[in-house]
Design a protein around this ligand. Structure first.
Ligand code: ZN
Ligand code: ZN
Ligand code: FE
Length: 763
């Protein structure tokens, strides 16, 4: 363009959609416009943030470019629509206050960690907020967990109970200030405060409650600490007695406990960290990152028994930073709940439920409206993969390839999440938990109502699992006057991965997990599907064996071991000189055999998760588990990191193809009888599955012509299997798709259900 044209005055209207509210977006626009020498205005409206700019064409161009390329850290621009308009003759650039139905279309930001600016103020003796545990600004702090309704303005948050003092109010009103329209803005004079209580609700008087809490932790006490998305139970991670007691009282026998350490340098004293892992740890979402332990280390053995990993996070609230500043190598910071109930968020509820565990309570008076557990992430097979997607990530949507009708998907039974779609966006909820108790069911209901409200969506279709007994299914079926779509569990796993990778299929889908309801009423879990979003065919599966005692077989892998042995060797299996058989009584064996022979309470399963359990029991790892998938996880943990020969295995012809377990079990048994190291057996077992399923995909490609393989289901949390299969399949020139944005476990099911329902609705 000519120099004359670039000086010509033009006017442009820009509509910005995405996470652009409560994240410092309007001040950013204001400053950018002034820097570019433009006049005009910016406002929140029902269709997003609307900007009008007038000035030299070249300046308008520069403004438009920088708007998209340099938004503030918490902003997430989904779409910018731009129209040329007639100049209105603005005399300056101004921020207009929210209009009537403002911000119905804009999205809420997740809760993120304190930013660097706020953190330096927190420890700056000259700053008026020095040591104030609720310091925040437009670039950081609570959002999703303190909102009750939209638009995101202070009266709709739990900050409505606090009136800003003069200095806070002038920051809030000043477009140049980092705290302009920061809804949770506060200071020690006007904002929330922290108090320390004992477990009989007596306030402990202390000039500095946080310092007093740190002293109690140092003396081995267990503290309930109110955080961002709920309560934590805290203990000094180096204090064996404190950690062991916390475990016992919480009824959490073996699951690893999360750690919080002050900084990456402290973490390096007990865990190894790659550059990618350090980046994940320090990201604003502040997830729990699974890191390989360093041995020896000074952390209590009770933190993460029989596990190669620690789950570690950095502080993410100012309160955490102040607490950790008292010099702990690390604190155990595990969810503030009893066993598998939802975490406590309310002070009274916390006192009622946690008084039997915590000696003291470090609480505050800023309410949490919606609980959000810590997220868990693991770097595996070259990518960051969410194991639990919750605080810091929710409610950022997954962007779909196409626009879909408004759908609510209710998720599975364990690790439940729900998903609501709006246009091209799928909003997967925070982690709701295992729907095995009433409080979790109530939390499901609450989350759905909350999400519908803040997203302003009324679903036209409700998707649910095919399993009639899941509480999530029952919730769905109770909703009147809405179309229902039942989605098979393993199909949902595959479509979940397809959605986040934005592919249509059909694909070859390896859907491997512990449990899911099959259309033939058997328990599926080792499934190879040819699938697209609409439907699937079962191309192959692991051969079925009985699960003696049904749910008891999940808790007691020795039962599965007997079932696989029976399938491989027939009744003769009892004569095998296996250590496992010596560890169970003749009576136990008789009962299991009877269940299998008479087909009583022994439903058939094709689950790969169960095969892992059975092999773990056979090699002597454990006969009982404290949580689902534990034996399988430990089998992965012990696997030798050396080149081993896989066992002979294959599949039998038919439709579907069947993968018999017999040959694998026979090979494992012969290794056990020969005194082979369990680490080597585990490695051989893993390599067997990798070779077997890569070969099976090859055979299916020959028959179908399909080049794309999708891997999903909880079994793919196993890094050896995931890494090995990706490698083997890529060597065979398959395009391999896996889960990163949502968990491959049942936490990702709701996304898949929503996408299946959307595909079936597109008539
Ligand atoms: Zn900040
Ligand atoms: Zn104030
Ligand atoms: Fe599953």
């Amino acid at each position: 363009m000519s120099p004359d044209m670039s000086k010509q005055v033009v006017a442009r209207k820009l509509e910005v959609n995405g996470i652009v509210q409560g994240v410092g977006f309007r001040p950013f626009v204001y400053n950018l416009a002034n820097r570019c020498g433009l006049k005009g205005e910016v406002a929140n409206t029902s269709s997003g943030v609307v900007i009008c700019v007038e000035g030299a064409r070249s300046a308008v161009e520069a403004f438009t470019r920088d708007l998209a390329e340099q938004p503030p850290p918490l902003a997430h621009i989904v779409e910018v629509t731009s129209t040329e308009v007639t100049p209105a003759g603005y005399t300056d650039f101004s921020i207009t206050t929210s209009r009537g139905e403002a911000a119905m279309a804009t999205l809420i930001s997740p809760d993120v960690s304190i930013c660097d600016d706020c953190r330096s103020e927190l420890f700056d003796p000259a700053d008026r907020r020095c040591g104030y545990p609720f310091i925040n600004c437009t670039n950081c702090g609570p959002r999703y967990t303190i909102i009750d309704d939209i638009p995101y303005d202070r009266p709709n948050t739990s900050m409505k109970h606090f009136t800003m003092c003069g200095p806070c109010q002038s920051e809030y009103d000043d477009p140049q200030n980092r705290r302009f329209h920061a809804q949770p803005n506060a200071c020690a004079a006007c904002g929330p405060r922290v108090t320390l209580f004992d477990n009989r609700r007596n306030e402990v008087q202390a000039a500095d409650p946080i310092a007093a809490a740190a002293e109690l932790l140092r003396r081995g006490k267990v503290l309930a600490v109110k955080g961002l998305g709920g309560f934590h139970l805290a203990a000094d991670a180096q204090n064996d007695a404190a950690v062991t007691r916390l475990r016992r009282l919480k009824h959490r026998e073996e699951k690893p406990l999360a750690l919080m350490a002050a900084d990456p340098a402290s973490i390096r004293s007990f865990a190894a960290m790659t550059i990618e892992e350090e980046r994940l740890l320090t990201a604003i979402q502040r997830p729990i990152v699974l890191l390989v332990k360093k041995e020896p280390n000074a952390i209590s053995k009770a933190v993460s028994p029989r596990n190669r990993y620690f789950g570690v996070m950095l502080p993410y609230t100012p309160l955490h930073y102040l607490l950790l500043a008292h010099g702990f190598a690390a604190l155990v910071m595990t969810s503030g709940n009893l066993s598998e109930e939802p975490i406590a968020i309310d002070n009274n509820d916390a006192f009622e439920r946690l008084a039997g565990i915590a000696d003291f309570f470090l609480i505050h008076n800023r309410d949490i409206y919606l609980r959000s557990d810590d997220s868990i992430i693991r770097h595996a097979a070259g990518e960051a993969r969410l194991v639990r997607r919750s605080r810091g990530y929710v409610p950022v949507p997954i962007f779909l390839k196409k626009k879909v009708p408004p759908i609510l998907a209710c998720g599975a039974e364990l690790k439940n999440t729900v998903c609501i779609t709006k246009g091209k966006m799928a909003f997967v909820s925070q982690h709701i938990g295992d729907l095995e108790n009433l409080p979790t069911y109530d939390f499901l209901d609450l989350t759905i109502r909350h999400m519908k409200r803040i997203l302003a969506v009324e679903p036209e279709i409700i998707a649910h699992d095919l399993h009639p007994d899941y509480l999530s299914t029952q919730w769905a079926l109770q909703q009147p006057d809405v179309e229902k779509v039942a989605v098979q569990h393993h199909h949902a796993h595959i479509v979940s991965a397809m959605s986040e990778n934005r592919i249509d299929g059909p694909v070859i889908g390896l859907s491997f997990d512990g449990t899911g309801y099959g259309p033939d009423h058997s328990v599926w879990g080792g499934e190879v599907l040819i699938a697209d979003a609409k439907g699937f065919t079962r191309a192959a599966h692991l051969d079925t064996v009985p699960m003696p005692g049904s749910a008891a077989a999940i808790k007691q892998p020795w039962r599965m071991a007997l079932s696989y042995l029976h399938r491989a060797f027939g009744e003769q299996y009892r004569r095998l000189e296996l250590p496992l058989l010596r560890s169970v009584t003749a009576e136990q064996v008789r009962i299991i055999d009877e269940m299998m022979e008479k087909n009583v309470n022994a439903p058939p399963t094709s689950s790969l998760g169960r095969l892992f359990d059975g092999v773990a029991a056979l090699v002597g790892l454990r006969t009982e588990v404290a949580f689902e998938g534990q034996a399988a996880m430990e089998l992965e943990m012990i696997a030798a990191d050396t080149v081993v020969k896989p066992y002979q295995a294959g599949w039998t012809a038919g439709d579907p193809l069947r993968v018999p377990t017999g040959p694998i079990i026979e090979a494992v048994v012969s290794d056990v009888l020969a005194g082979q190291d369990a680490a080597v057996i585990s490695a051989r077992f893993h390599q067997t599955l990798i070779g077997l399923f890569a070969g099976l995909c090859d055979a299916l490609r020959k028959a179908s012509g399909l080049q794309a393989v999708v891997l999903s289901g909880g079994v793919f949390q196993n890094a050896i299997l995931l890494t090995g299969l990706i490698k083997a399949l890529e060597q065979k020139r398959f395009a391999v798709y896996t889960q990163k944005l949502v968990p491959c476990n049942d936490g990702g099911i709701s996304l898949g259900q929503a996408a299946v329902a959307a595909a079936r609705a597109r008539r």
